[in-house]
Design a protein around this ligand. Sequence first.
Ligand SMILES: [Zn+2]
Length: 400
Amino acid sequence: MMNRRQIVSAAAAAAAAAAAAAVAGVPSVRAASYDLLIKGGRVIDPSVGLDGIRDVAITGSRIVAVESNIPGDATDTIDARGKIVAPGLIDIHTHAGRGKESPALALQDGVTGFVDAGSGGPDNIDEIAAVVRGGPQICRALVNVATRTGFTGGELLDINRANVSLVRGAILRNRDVVVGVKARLSEDVAGANDLEGLRRAQEAASTFNLPVMIHIGQSVSPLRAVLALLKRGDIVTHMYAPPPNGILDDHGRLFADVAAARRRGVLFDFGNGTAGHFNWDMVEKATRQGFWPDTLSTDWTATARTTGVVDFPNVMSKFLMFGMPLSQVVACATTNAAKAFDSFSDRGTLNAGAPADVAVMELREGNFEFLDNYQGKRTGRQRLFPFATVLNGKRAPARA
Ligand SMILES: [Zn+2]
């Protein structure tokens, strides 16, 4: 009996031999046997700049080969002809930690890793952390800087809700899953406490060298003052939030401070959401000036599935409509997202040796209606649909 490591290396050796034979133009003498073969799809792996028709061979929980026409048999095969084969999607702004069933629902959409972005403050993060720990995929959470008990939508309106030592304690109790601090800075959430709330978030995060994610849009303070409090690796979500205090000036030009923040390593995330977080006009004006997202994300909740977010591939499709190349759209939902948090450092890639997390999607042509957060509708010509998800080498249950 071989142990798993031996199986993996034997399979890798066989695959390498087959690849060498293919290069030499001779048929492989000894075909390998895999646990799963994803056959004939258009493999888009931005981590290695690959976009081409390939097979993906998986043994155990690892990818062992990505090549054309991999010979050999497999216990399970996914016929991916005509489909897009991408690294498993990583959604860095979702609220899938709120419901016990949510991680499995997200998995059906191709999401093999996610970050619940601030559903839990120091008072309820343990509940969120329990859901996140129990999810099938890699699930992580950001702790909200403010307590959420009695939460009515404006957790920072009372600055006393943001207690640095409570946030530190919440992180300490959940070091395995809490990967940063979230602060929501819009006027309805923080009022005039936006900058002080962010300072407290930074103070708590700095103890553990963690990033802070802020939710911008319609804040009391100008964005310039907010951005000045961000460090390299911090994340601005809802990057296309309409005014007041968005990323564009009164003439629709990108603020110099925003471009400067990106240059010094602040990340800009889409964060689809359902209310107040973006409109088509902002996306159009900003992208025309070359200001595209570093990462795409859903701001998903169980109800957002029916109100504009639908699923992660739907959110990705909105950027196809604006002319972002498919490989870049995939990068924003995989490779780039994986770089935002250390927990995903070995994800967002289909490279041999990587954990076998794969999103197989169908890119359909037609007329597809997409929604912003203001009932604005636009029609795109392409829409990605979830087709099959592989997590740790195993095919995930299909959507009901
Ligand atoms: Zn959110």
